[in-house]
Ligand binder design. Sequence first.
Ligand code: GL7
Length: 818
Amino acid sequence: MKSTVNKRFNKTAFQAAVNKYLVTKLATLPEQADAHAWRLAMEYALAETTTMNLLATEQDPKIKNARSVNYLSLEFLIGRLTGNNLISMGLYEEVTVAMAEFGQNLTDLLEEERDPALGNGGLGRLAACFMDSLAAEEYPAVGYGLHYEYGLFKQSFNDGRQQEAPDVWRDETGYPWEVIRPELAQKVGFYGKVEEYTDNDGLNQRRWLPGLQVEGMAWDLPIVGYNNNSVYPLRLWECRALAPFSLERFDEGNYVAAQASHIQAGNLTKVLYPNDNHDKGKELRLMQQYFHCACSVADILRRHQAAGHSILDLAKLESIQLNDTHPTIAIPELLRILLDEHHLSWDDAWAISSKTFAYTNHTLLPEALETWGEQLMTTLLPRHMEIIFDINLRLMGEVAHKWPGDIEKLRKLSIIQEGDERRVRMANLCVASTYAVNGVAAMHTELVKRDLFPEFNELFPGRLHNVTNGVTPRRWLKFCNPKLSALISSKIGTGWIKDLGQLQKLEKFADDSQFQMDFMCVKKANKQRLTDWVAENMGLTINPDAIFDVQIKRLHEYKRQHLNLLHILSLYHRLINDADFKMQPRVFIFASKAAPGYELAKEIIFAINKVAEKINNDPRIGDTLKVVFIPDYRVSLAEIIIPAADVSEQISTAGKEASGTGNMKMALNGALTVGTMDGANVEIREEVGDDNIFIFGLNVDEVQALQAKGYNPYDYYNSDQLLRTSLDLLAGDEFTPGQPGLLNATRHSLLAGGDPYLVLADFADYVQAQGRIDKQYGDQKSWAKMAILNTARNGKFSSDRSIRDYANNIWQLNAVSR
Ligand code: GL7
């Protein structure tokens, strides 16, 4: 089958298809249809093309015989698909016109779509950007994830406190872009026992006899390549009970018990775990992980063999990228299949598996490094536990050979952590069993080598790489910021959409007064768009001429939203008590979800909301200072906030944020970063130059030195008057009238709680950097120049470049154009 070329758009045929779906799928008529029905019908009509091209890509012999990558991730935070797919298909304008003839406004229809929030934050969003770039660059790829029934929870505020509600991302009538693939369904086992037996050749073999089986149903979402005919699948597995589940129990008349196990088995993919950078070690989560891996590995082998390739050639044709340790169990799963089902020797099986897998590390935080108890592993996956012990035995042999008699090295590198209960360290398993390990920003990779895996780096020289993260320019500039995109294209053409480095050509306009005015005009329009959104959805009035100062990311102590809050408190204090204090009007904008079980994070949200309530209604402050906490942060909100940002807050404790990607999105859209020397901030600074970024705070070595010597937050509290006053504002009832101490949790964590992320240590320098920002904004011409240079110089942070780095340095992959 040859693919259809999108560009030959037939408006009449498209409109006929929309009409057909209105009637046949939505049981309504054009005269009666509401926006919801029009949107769904339009999407079904468009999906005809993407599904056809998905199949055509899959069937293409060039693809079947090419080396490809399989991106395994428990999260794909894809966001709304329709607007982006229209851009990739090159049909945005055509469909705008076609729908207008039905009396429908495309922009309004697009607003109708709910975000599929199948991820938590940066890690999941990165996976989505990578799929977009793989398709744009035409590197053969399949994304493998889970088809959660509920995505990340919906957030609302009740008297300032976070409330969580389930997120139903699919419509009752279905999700038009996805297509079910029953022929790809897989069976997945759990529990049971391992049996030894003698095969026909008289050889001793082992096999796993699972005690429970479930079914994995495949759903494909189309990942549409920008301006090409390739459509790759994002294959999401949904867990279903195998019916009839237990015939005997029906016979026994135990109808309800049989249904109960049925319901339980069907629950595996009900909900995404809402933790970000935190490992909770729940059994159901391990079941999700194995379910994901078993389905995905089986599907990879099915594709490989269906294309006529030998299992012995797996590593030649397939690479499997593990997005963090969440899909690590895919390694023992592949080994189990090679050993127990294909009866390969250990050495042969290992040779294949260890050349197939690669692993990306996304964090250094100890609480985020996954471990699983031996007991749980043995019960749930007895054969996999045996295989993990076998891998470890060989690893320990290598360690003993390299460092004879060094027990400490054995202890540190072992996949098995000794203690009251032995635990499996998933990161160690990954480093020992993959051919490449990468960090996600230059500094992060250095810290992985220096602090996290120094011994592994010695044992396996050359295995550790860096691939700096990136973001897709299609969603994060072209789609979310149409005005800036048009302005850019009017100066340098449209090549930047596929080759973001071309933004450099804007540098020569940085001093051009007219361009500066145009650029700031676009920024103002985007700020007005956000202002309108805030008025409409939150009933709050903000001033679009103020500095829009934005911190949008998950709520975490290491990201230090409370440092931002302390600065706000210091401004409030000075505005009221210091008649000489003057500042540019500023709106502080937050959007952030806290993990439902992370109490302190929720307290910080509460504190920000309460402070906002008071400041926003204080007549002494007027328009000078506003604080807006936008509820239910999600991809579609980011698309409105990011183009409107003047200042991008990237203020994590140095050494804690592996990369960050919001930092890249905002800089690309012309915001100036106030940030620490952490994650990708370091590389952003390298690109934009020291004059175009506001760096402050301790660097990673200073953080480590301070902690080694014994950090005491009271040293700062006692010696810095402004800090003390700001922090103490949280102690009384200033923001919670009649209820003193309600905001104490945040203050307490920073004092008696020991301030683990050195907020107080960085406060003074942060306030100074903010002062420089204030001053700089007073000079609009030079601000405009800095903003332009941020857009011009951030081309490096395209995920197309990240993907090319992976393809060239890790996957050894060639593009296949169709
Ligand atoms: C993260 C990092 O915290 C973040 O800095 C990085 O940009 C992202 C993508 O590499 O990965 N690691 C992690 O566990 N989560 C992240 O967002 C949840």
